[in-house]
Design a protein around this ligand. Structure first.
Ligand code: NAD
Length: 485
């Protein structure tokens, strides 16, 4: 049974560190708590700097083993892992719900996406081809011929957040292995156990023993030792902007992929299908209890349809089923913890003090925050200018589309933006001018296909995931040139 290694505490030996192909314990362990029931669902070892150094040492050997594998073998092992994950989907979904509070229906969807991410990785492993080069295109090169191909970068440190605890790991491990790299994985401290389960599954699927090392625990304790290590060739980070800045500073000159946060805007134009827009925005704002890097946070609505859209959004929000994430009908579960819910509450209080009105929601029981719609929040309220990462959305009226674009573009970080309109001309105009890496037309900002290029547009975001794109970033080209002269 895959969950066994993490779900039970054997005395003081909580063996969730995978180093050198062995499951190891650390001096300290931390409890993993279900944010809804507040029950302890497992324990994770707390890695330290020495563990990080040992993991890098092991991964350096793992990188040699991965490099020796043919692309066909890498593809086959990723297909086997995808098959195994599909077979164990229910167990993984229950584990996601238990440690992160994500509703079981959404956790099941996440596992399905993770299977797809591994499959896409398996397919990309055999598509990582180069091409011939026209050396004879410039005088002096007539007798030269050659080609380039892609090589692995070596050891990649993969650091992931709590909100999609399985699929975001697959978005790093799948492409890294497809390209022939070794990985040191640091899953989120709040939800590390699905990462442990996935590591077991990958080893069982035939991954070379030292190609994956896993460090559970607190990133701020051993993160600098890990990312600053000269043998780590690349850091692939998904998480908050502040953490990203700390990691970049400790890493120094190194290949970085930074998938940071955002504060996604939606524009609802005067000619929009308001029923469709309201339902999409409610889902996009509140899914995963708003803990979604592309969740809808700000909605700019044309003044002529503001009242109708507001009424529809409130109705769609109040229709959401909020509660126990273990129940199949639940759409919105708890936030990741009481502290995060309290932080959101303080931000709503601050916005209210600055003149905002709560139209629905605004209350919580522990980590369970009612989906909240706000209006009249000033542009400098934290809820408007910072990432909220909780179930709250702010409404604004606009009269001029270009003014809405300027306001939509104001925050420092961006990933996706969206517009609802029936006008092709407005859709294209807005898509060109919104500062985002993806613009959704007649869809919520939280739409994502795992095969599409995905990343951020500004504020230190760098790199693209979406399997094919991550595979390219996790490899480097090598040119071979023959001189026949
Ligand atoms: P976080 O930044 O607190 O933690 C992310 C990871 O970094 C965790 O594994 C944590 O242990 C680790 N970490 C913390 N300090 C570290 C250090 N000094 N060195 C190395 N590792 C360290 O983020 P979170 O609260 O888990 O997740 C929420 C954030 O993630 C939000 O800002 C959200 O927008 C962002 N996110 C972005 C994407 C994306 O694709 N762009 C996807 C999901 C979440």
């Amino acid at each position: 049974m895959i969950a066994a290694v993490a779900a039970e505490r054997e005395g003081d030996a909580v063996r969730t560190l995978l180093i050198g192909g062995q499951w190891r314990a650390a001096e300290n362990a931390m409890a993993v708590v279900n944010p809804f029931t507040e029950e302890v669902v497992g324990y994770a070892a707390c890695a330290d700097g020495a563990n990080a150094l040992a993991a890098v040492d092991s991964a350096t050997r793992g990188a040699v083993a991965m490099r020796a594998l043919s692309s066909g073998a890498r593809s086959a092992l990723l297909h086997r892992a995808a098959d195994a994950l599909a077979r164990d989907a229910e167990t993984f979904a229950r584990a996601i719900t238990a440690e992160s509070g994500k509703p079981i229906a959404h956790a099941t969807r996440e596992v399905g996406r993770a299977v797809n991410t591994l499959r896409l990785s398996a397919e990309e492993a055999v598509r990582l081809t180069g091409e011939t080069l026209a050396f004879d295109s410039m005088p002096g090169g007539e007798m030269r011929s050659g080609f380039y191909f892609h090589e692995p970068v070596g050891v990649i440190a993969a650091i992931t957040p709590f909100n999609d605890p399985l699929n975001l790991i697959c978005h790093k491990l799948g492409p890294a292995f497809a390209a022939g790299n070794a990985v040191i994985l640091k899953p989120a401290e709040q939800a590390p156990l699905v990462g442990v389960m996935l590591a077991e599954l990958l080893l069982a699927a035939g991954l070379p023993a030292e190609a994956l090392n896993l460090l559970t625990g607190r990133g701020d304790v051993f993160g600098a030792a890990l990312v600053g290590h000269p043998d780590v060739a690349m850091i692939s980070f998904t998480g908050g902007a502040r953490t990203g800045e700390r990691i970049a500073a400790a890493a120094g000159a190194k290949r970085l992929a930074m998938e940071l946060g955002a504060n996604s805007p939606v524009i609802v134009a005067a000619d929009a299908d308001l029923a469709k827009a309201a339902i999409a925005c409610a889902s996009g704002a509140f899914s995963a209890a708003g803990q979604n890097c592309i969740g809808v946070q700000r909605i700019y609505v044309h003044a002529t349809c503001y009242d109708e859209f507001r009424a529809r959004l409130i109705a769609a929000t109040e229709a959401l089923v909020v509660g126990d994430p273990a129940l199949p009908e639940t759409e919105i579960g708890p936030m990741i913890g009481n502290a995060e819910a309290a932080r959101l509450e303080r931000r709503i209080d601050q916005a209210k003090a600055l003149g905002a009105t709560v139209l629905t929601g605004g209350t919580r029981q522990g980590a369970l925050f009612r989906p909240t719609v706000i209006e009249n929040a000033p542009d400098d309220a934290d809820l408007v200018c910072e990432e909220a990462f909780g179930p709250v959305v702010s409404l604004f009226a606009f009269a001029d589309l270009d003014d809405a674009i300027v306001r939509a573009n104001a925050p420092r970080h961006a990933i996706h933006a969206a517009i609802f309109t029936e006008s092709l001309r407005d859709a294209l105009h807005v898509a060109r001018r919104l500062e985002a890496a993806g613009v959704m037309v007649n869809d919520s900002t939280d739409y994502r296909l795992d095969a599409m290029p995905f990343g951020g547009a500004k504020g230190g975001n760098m790199g693209r995931e979406g399997v094919r794109f991550a595979v390219r970033e996790m490899s480097q080209t090598k040119t071979v040139c023959f001189n026949a002269a």
